[in-house]
Design a protein around this ligand. Sequence first.
Ligand code: NDP
Ligand code: GDR
Length: 372
Amino acid sequence: MSQKVALITGVTGQDGAYLAEFLLRKGYIVHGIKRRSSLFNTNRIDHLYQDPHIENRNFILHYGDMTDSSNLIRIIQEVQPDEIYNLAAMSHVKVSFDSPEYTANADGIGTLRILEAVRLLNLAGKTRIYQASTSELYGLVQQIPQSEKTPFYPRSPYAVAKMYAYWITVNYREAYGLFAANGILFNHESPVRGETFVTRKITMAVSRIALGMQDKLFLGNLSAKRDWGHAKDYVRAMYLILQQEKPEDFVIATGITTEVREFVRLAFGEVGISIEFKGSGVDEKAYVTGCSNPEYQLSSGKEVLAVDPMYFRPTEVDLLLGDPTKAREKLGWIPEYDLKGLVKDMMEGDIKLMKKDRYLRDGGYDILSYFE
Ligand code: NDP
Ligand code: GDR
């Protein structure tokens, strides 16, 4: 049997990197679309890099952008993929309030561009399309837990753009018979999660605080609840969705929801530091109550967290809790990581990373030394 060919948009992102690794292990030829940027943006996939001068490569990168139709059409024509995983997006909910038009273009119309390219190139009978849909579609709570049947009520320009992408995917499936399916994925994290999402912001800051490199952490809404899983488990679900006989949409979630506040407690706990929260609203703070790890010199009573309203969103999604029953029954998908395992993996990664940063800083080898 000939090797399957996959095309991943957003290959340089968290999910793109895990998915590329996963598909390469399965024997796929993987093509990825990356954007041009002024600095290298391929950190997460550098371990998969193959020298462009060698023959028979399995991992090939193309420059492209979700806002550029002709570029996407050319790449898809060249690659003739069996599967497209459309993961590229301006994926930050808070930032989408600052750049709503761009978000609509890249996340909403970008999805249409992929679907249209497949249709126009007469690939409808060959190419299967996975669309990265999101639990943000549920937005304002209508029903708990949230399943494939729960009505949507998006609460951000990001979620509204993704709602267009969701429905245009369903429409192309129904109108043109494309194998196009939505994965409605709840929050998933990892040691390579983007640094401005709340979990990674927490694990990086807790690591720096433990190592004496940062004083305290500022966060926004501590009461928001999310259903957090591990990206490694979630990319497996993406693949399974495209291996089904019929294209269908699936919720991918753990079925457990946790407050941001509790995630903070777990992250400190992972390195032997206990904390307590005091106060409420914008005056809520967290203090150290004990430190069992002799490597970290934190005294009891030290303030390690405060609330900064600049991180509040104009409209918030208070509670997400997914019902993964359909995925379990039809895909046989069961996550391997629980929240504790996820926090452990992220904290191990960030402690290592911050130790490296501290070493470079102490030796005068960090980037700041270039500007002195
Ligand atoms: P990331 O933000 O880590 O990655 C997004 C990727 O999209 C990056 O490779 C980024 O490139 C690329 N990208 C952004 N804009 C464009 C553009 N205009 N043209 C081409 N590429 C672009 O997101 P995740 O990996 O976490 O998420 C993957 C997808 O899944 C996204 O669509 C996200 O909205 C969705 N999703 C994510 C969930 C999560 O919890 N992680 C949950 C549900 C859905 P660059 O590296 O250059 O910035
Ligand atoms: P989310 O993830 O908006 O759910 O979108 P994020 O980690 O940004 O926020 C989760 C919750 O934490 C609250 N919060 C903060 N968030 C950030 N980023 N920074 C803070 O300082 C902070 N303090 C509190 C937020 O208000 C929110 O309630 C992610 C993205 O990956 C989307 O692309 C994806 O579609 C959804 O998950 C599912």
